[in-house]
Design a protein around this ligand. Structure first.
Ligand code: FES
Length: 164
């Protein structure tokens, strides 16, 4: 081996690559690239394919922060908290047509969708427009700390009020 290296050095005193050395290095480089690619794909394949979403449970705050006979939109969570004489309830603010965020129009006393004109009563009943269903009521309860809690993933039958 030492003789071979000495021979190569003797034949090529400037240290340039001969043909064999060049192809050996190209081959090793190709193997390294293929190995790195395989490692990346193996890591992606073995990683859990999980979509991290925010919790469906929302703390809507203290009941006394809602004025009597009010409809309050929380755009961040997409829910309406409605307070009327019979109690509190929560509605999804996501239009049942194509999913636009609806808005409360106090001057008209309706919930309106800006996208295609659907209109709803404050209890979610559809008045007009292409929406196929009313806005769903969402499960609401009072926490141990006295906060209104809403589960956005749990639609319930209408007219189930939280009475304080
Ligand atoms: S998305 Fe609301 S009416 Fe179309």
């Amino acid at each position: 081996m030492a003789d071979e290296a000495e021979k190569e050095k003797h034949e090529d005193p400037e240290g340039t690559l001969n043909r064999r050395q060049f192809f050996v290095r190209v081959g090793l480089g190709s193997l390294a690239v293929a190995g790195a690619g395989t490692a990346v794909f193996a890591y992606q394949f073995l990683s859990p394919n999980v979509l991290y979403e925010p919790s469906p449970t929302v703390n809507a705050g203290k009941p006394e922060s809602y004025p009597p006979d009010s409809v309050t939109l929380d755009p961040a969570t997409g829910i309406f908290v409605v307070r009327e004489t019979q109690g509190f309830y929560a509605l999804s603010a996501v239009c049942t047509h194509l999913g636009c965020l609806t808005a409360w129009k106090p001057e008209l006393g309706t919930i309106a969708c800006p996208c295609h004109g659907s209109k709803f009563k404050p209890d979610g009943t559809k008045i007009a427009g292409p929406a196929p269903r009313p806005l769903p009521w969402l499960r609401m309860w009072l926490s141990d700390d006295g906060d209104l809690m809403v589960d956005r993933s749990s639609p319930i039958a209408a007219r189930q009020f939280v009475r304080i």
